[in-house]
Design a protein around this ligand. Structure first.
Ligand code: NAD
Ligand code: DAU
Length: 354
């Protein structure tokens, strides 16, 4: 089986669902269920014995040792993190705890487990670290896109904590020989995206007739990738990537935040017209994010050249699917917004809602 951390979050839950839709290999899902973890994302797997969920923290070394000894995974995929830049600005401590200390604890547990494997299992084992393009910092408007050898220049507490974890992963390979893989991906979007991030926030606010807050001048650029394409890249790197290598993953799709918000408004005008007028009337330019990175762009030629990966979705097809998903999953949005999605933990562990 494989062990996934953070499999109740946005990308992790998409990965878990896609994995079990295309593999019969069981999956152990370890997640602390912070505000970002939502078991409702995995409701389709209720009663599926291939999905084993454990509610726990990646900083809990005793738990990690017990799980590794009991389930003996062939690979560990590390998604768990604090992931929101704005939260990292307001409260960086949790980012250091999970992204740095948690990744360290996981690496040490994986190293202990890996050292005890027989030669064949040891050679086959993989520790796949899911990371971000933000570790490379910000690009000038005409600078070439980030390659895997770009200097690390993280600018936010979030990206600094992810950069730290990338360095730990690299060192555990170089020093101890742990067979690690790292993917550095651009901005994802798609189903189950928590509505604190740009795309889902704009969709749910527009549907509610609320303001669409764009930071600064709205000309910051991100490279957007449909989440299912990120998941396919991770599956490919896990199977065919070279231990010790890093792979950049991106959508070849740079857009300004204004373009993103306008595209969402246009789709909503078509799919759910508002009698009060075009959704773009709700756009408001607000105070900028401190230290706001101006531009990210991923050069994804290495993963294409070496492993043959390219995204399947265009931005146009991916954003349409995403808007449609939010329109069809109003109950999910309502439960996230009311906080009732967190009752799952109480229901599951006590048998009744608190
Ligand atoms: P997310 O915030 O939606 O989910 C994170 C998950 O990790 C949640 O389920 C949460 O409960 C869990 N978690 C947090 N702290 C934990 C801990 N201490 N122990 C166990 N579980 C814990 O994040 P996401 O957007 O799905 O991102 C997943 C990974 O991908 C992260 O490592 C992130 O840095 C990386 N990444 C994200 C993007 C993006 O656009 N969202 C892009 C590139 C890379
Ligand atoms: O690049 C990959 C990263 O993308 C991931 O590592 C992070 O986990 C993920 O959260 C994302 O980080 P960003 O900061 O780029 O994503 P966010 O959705 O928060 O913001 C996208 C852009 O939109 C950014 O330029 C800030 C802007 N923005 C965001 C929000 C929430 C707004 O203008 N208004 C908003 O309300």
């Amino acid at each position: 089986m494989i062990l996934v951390t953070g499999g109740a979050g946005f990308i992790g839950s998409n990965f878990v669902l896609d994995w079990l839709a295309s593999h019969d290999e069981p999956l152990l899902n370890l997640d602390a269920l912070t505000y970002a973890g939502n078991m409702e994302n995995l409701a389709a797997l209720d009663g599926d014995a291939r999905h084993v969920f454990v509610h726990g923290d990646i900083r809990d070394r005793a738990l990690l040792d017990r799980l590794l000894a009991e389930y003996r995974p062939r690979a560990l995929l590390h998604f768990a993190a604090e992931s929101h830049v704005d939260r990292s600005i307001h409260g960086p401590a949790a980012f250091i705890r999970t992204n740095v200390e948690g990744s360290f604890t996981l690496l040490e547990a994986a190293r202990g487990y890996w050292n005890g494997l027989d030669d064949g299992a040891k050679a086959a084992f993989r520790f796949h670290h899911v990371s971000t393009d933000e570790v490379y910092g910000s690009l000038a408007p005409d600078a070439p896109a980030f390659t895997e050898t770009h200097l690390y220049q993280p600018n936010s507490p979030y990206s600094a904590s992810k950069a730290a974890s990338d360095h730990l992963v690299r060192a555990w390979h170089h020093t101890y020989g742990l067979p690690v893989l790292t993917t550095n991906c651009s901005n994802n979007y798609g189903p189950f995206h928590f509505p604190e991030k740009l795309i889902p926030l704009m969709i749910v606010n527009a549907l509610a007739g609320k303001a669409l807050p764009i930071y600064g001048d709205g000309l910051n650029v991100r490279d957007w990738l449909y989440v299912k394409d990120h998941c396919s890249a991770i599956r490919l790197v896990l199977e065919r990537g070279q231990p010790g290598q890093t792979y950049n993953v991106g959508g070849w799709n740079e857009r300004t935040n204004r373009e993103i918000v306008e595209a969402i408004c246009a789709l909503l005008d078509e799919l759910r017209p508002d009698p009060a007028g075009p959704h773009r009337r709700l756009i408001q330019f607000v105070t900028d994010r401190p230290g706001h990175d101006r531009r990210y762009a991923i050069d994804a030629r290495k993963i294409e050249r070496e492993l043959g990966w390219r995204p399947a979705e265009s931005f146009e097809s991916g954003i349409r699917k995403t808007v449609q998903w939010y329109l069809q999953n109003d109950a999910w949005v309502q439960r996230v917004q009311s906080g009732s999605y967190r009752d799952w933990v109480a229901q599951h562990y006590t048998g009744s809602a608190r």
